[in-house]
Design a protein around this ligand. Structure first.
Ligand code: UDX
Length: 436
């Protein structure tokens, strides 16, 4: 199949590259000249394990190419995937900004030749594919096309394996012709027994929001249970294990922490709330999850304050991990971007380290944070270590070395990486989340 991918952001780049790896001929288009020049040389603008190798391999094997020229890329395509950004709108009202999607639809429309399936890959509100269809028909009344929705469920840091071994592929289609093309594109997965769920277009669009909202609810739920554990002296890790063994509940996404972040959960929960309101309905459970998430970040500030004796003013806090999760350099809606400014404002000195995210972090965090070369440098002379993101390299720290280099042996483990009993026996004043 000939596939054109519009947009080489996170989703477009991973999806395009993986389609090439399946054996399809893929052209990725982006307006940013510099990005395309670099991609042609195999230089990847984001940190995603395994992606650089796969991009280089597929370029050299002739299945993957990059261009800024949409006029060349679209006519030959059997399917055009739209994977441009849908940021939260500038009005700050939670609506997704669809300008880039509609601009892409207009540009694609002008160059369609022969039957083509135009697929929404970006996460978009219900009804967007219909709008895209209308725009294409208006721009190019002769175009022979169908629109489809094919939401992605990739996790940053595990995107390649999520793409190659997904739990399912969802395709929202209206015609058999479009379904045939999408099934052909995903044939390599189908042969590996991946279920392909065919639905209406609106169902596929909503399925993505429902999945992300459910996972956000699950995290907020366990975060609240963690807070209850702190109040009653119970242990949330054991509770997560005990309830997670119930197949109806499942053990994943039951890790308490400083609140969920990233490019999806915060944005998609708000967008879902807006979509639902527009239809005069409610998603109160999701609204509560969003509220709980904001409260959880504030609670972490309070927790750190209490652990250093009631005030962070003049205290040195060592923060390990800044990104919203490990194995990414993404700082979008990272809990650190709320927690650290609050600590700074209250007079704390912050020494921070992150294995991949420090460059990105400078754009998201206020000036005044002192970036360090490693965890040990961050901890030296600190009044408190805060483990913010559970990078593997923080899982086996030389705790004796950390403790002796600190001013006071206080350890706030916001990801419950360490065993509270062991930490206390090592002489730390330790706390986790729901795990004292
Ligand atoms: C998510 C979805 O998992 C993915 O299917 C979708 O396509 C995009 O959004 P991602 O944002 O990459 O993926 O990260 P994910 O691993 O889901 O984590 C999101 C946030 O939740 C992180 O901040 C993470 O630390 C937090 N989290 C996750 C928890 O606090 N506890 C958990 O148990 C799981």
């Amino acid at each position: 199949m000939n596939i054109t991918m519009i947009g080489t952001g996170y989703v477009g780049l991973v999806t395009g590259t993986c389609f090439a790896e399946f054996g399809h001929m893929v052209t990725c288009v982006d307006k940013v000249e510099e990005k395309i020049t670099k991609l042609k040389e195999g230089v990847i603008p984001i940190y995603e394990p395994g992606l650089d190798t796969l991009v280089k391999k597929n370029i050299s094997e002739g299945r993957l190419c990059f261009t800024t020229d949409i006029t060349q890329a679209v006519p030959k395509a059997d399917a055009v995937f739209i994977a441009v950004g849908t940021p939260s709108s500038r009005r700050g009202d939670g609506y997704a900004d669809l300008t880039y999607i509609y601009d892409a639809a207009r540009e694609v429309a002008a160059h369609l030749e022969g039957y083509t399936v135009v697929v929404d890959k970006s996460t978009v509100p219900v009804g967007t594919a219909r709008q895209v269809s209308r725009i294409i028909a208006e721009t190019n009344p002769k175009a022979e096309f169908d629109v489809a929705s094919n939401p992605e469920f990739l996790r940053e840091g595990a995107a390649i394996s999520d793409f190659m071994r997904p739990d399912r592929v969802v395709i929202g289609i209206e015609t058999e012709r479009a379904e045939e093309i999408l099934r052909e594109i995903y044939m390599p997965l189908y042969l590996r027994d991946t279920p392909i769920v065919s639905t209406t277009i609106e169902t596929a669009e909503l399925a993505k929001y429902a999945a992300n909202a459910f996972l956000a609810v699950k995290i907020s739920f366990i975060n609240e249970i963690a807070n209850v554990c702190e109040a009653v002296g119970a242990n949330v890790t054991d509770i997560a294990k005990a309830i997670g063994m119930d197949g109806r509940i499942g053990s994943k996404f039951l890790h308490p922490g400083p609140g969920y972040g990233g490019s999806c959960f915060p944005k998609d929960t708000l967008a879902l709330m807006r979509i639902v309101q527009e239809h005069g309905e409610n998603v109160r459970v999701v609204e509560a999850a969003v509220e709980v998430n904001a409260a959880q970040k504030a609670r972490m500030v309070k927790k750190i304050r209490e652990m250093v004796g009631g005030s962070v003013a003049g205290k040195t806090i060592a923060v390990l991990g800044l990104t919203f999760k490990p194995e990414t350099d993404d700082m979008r809606d990272a809990p650190a971007a709320t927690i650290l400014p609050a600590l700074l404002e209250k007079g704390a000195r912050i020494k921070a380290h992150d294995p991949q995210g420090m460059e990105e972090a400078r754009a998201y965090l206020p000036a005044g944070i002192e970036y360090q070369e490693n965890a040990y440098q961050a901890a030296a002379e600190a009044d408190c270590v805060v483990l913010m993101t559970e990078w593997n390299q923080y899982r086996a720290l030389d705790l004796e070395r950390i403790k002796t280099s600190m001013k006071a042996a206080v350890f706030v483990d916001l990801r419950n990486v360490y065993d509270p009993v062991r930490m206390k026996s090592l002489g730390f004043n330790y706390t986790g989340v729901g795990n004292r």
